[in-house]
Ligand binder design. Structure first.
Ligand SMILES: CC(C)(COP(=O)(O)OP(=O)(O)OC[C@H]1O[C@@H](n2cnc3c(N)ncnc32)[C@H](O)[C@@H]1OP(=O)(O)O)[C@@H](O)C(=O)NCCC(=O)NCCS
Length: 176
């Protein structure tokens, strides 16, 4: 368990997959910028069984144990990237920013990596704010990077380097 002030990140267990499948098939949960995934529980279970150390999914939980979203890291080429989403009723309360800060602390404390990246639709201001509040820098625009909902979409590429992170913001060296 990765513990923050208002939220914890708990590694996703098989028992969580029905809820995650429900989320990933819910248009409200995906929002208007995430690609449409439409993934069955069985397909999700197959993906889960094949997860490598580079790819891990976490459930974002409030302190009362309620599950409010998901965050994960995954390989992009030789680099590590993160992605996240929250249930609509819990957005705008700072929970995702805290979850991303915890994930960044966790990855830099547990792995010998120099960089973490993320990308987001150029119109997804909420996601960009989350990244900027965590110390990510915008590197540029990846033009026509994702095809979804009938169109090619531009995405901003963001990254944070180990020397910009400097030290844990939420986790301590002993908790990760
Ligand atoms: C993007 C998302 C994860 C952000 O989570 P969150 O918990 O609401 O984020 P936070 O509350 O930590 O911060 C959001 C910031 O964006 C702002 N914001 C929210 N919606 C906004 C909008 N439509 N336009 C401008 N700013 C917006 C908030 O005011 C807040 O900024 P502030 O701290 O300066 O007030 C959430 O909106 C979500 O799940 N969206 C749908 C899925 C998605 O787009 N995932 C990311 C894919 S890259």
């Amino acid at each position: 368990m990765l513990e923050g002030k208002n939220v914890n990140l708990r590694v996703c267990e098989k028992e969580d997959l029905p809820l995650v499948a429900e989320w990933l098939n819910d248009l409200e949960f995906l929002g208007v910028f995430n690609p449409l995934i439409q993934q069955s529980k069985m397909k999700l279970e197959k993906r889960y069984d094949k997860l490598t150390p580079e790819e891990r999914w976490f459930i974002i939980e409030k302190k009362d144990g309620s599950k409010i979203g998901e965050i994960g890291h995954f390989p992009e080429g030789k680099l590590l990237a993160i992605a996240y989403s929250l249930i609509p009723s819990e957005r705008g309360k700072g929970y995702c920013t805290e979850a991303v800060k915890i994930m960044v602390d966790y990855l830099f404390l547990s792995r010998d990596i120099v960089r973490i990246q993320a990308h987001t639709d150029v119109r997804n201001v909420a996601s960009q704010k989350v990244l900027e509040k965590t110390g990510f820098k915008k590197e540029g625009t990846m033009r026509k990077y994702i095809f979804t909902r009938g169109e090619w979409r531009d995405e901003f590429l963001y990254s944070i380097l180990r020397e910009e992170w400097k030290e844990p913001k939420i986790l301590t060296k002993t908790t990760s």
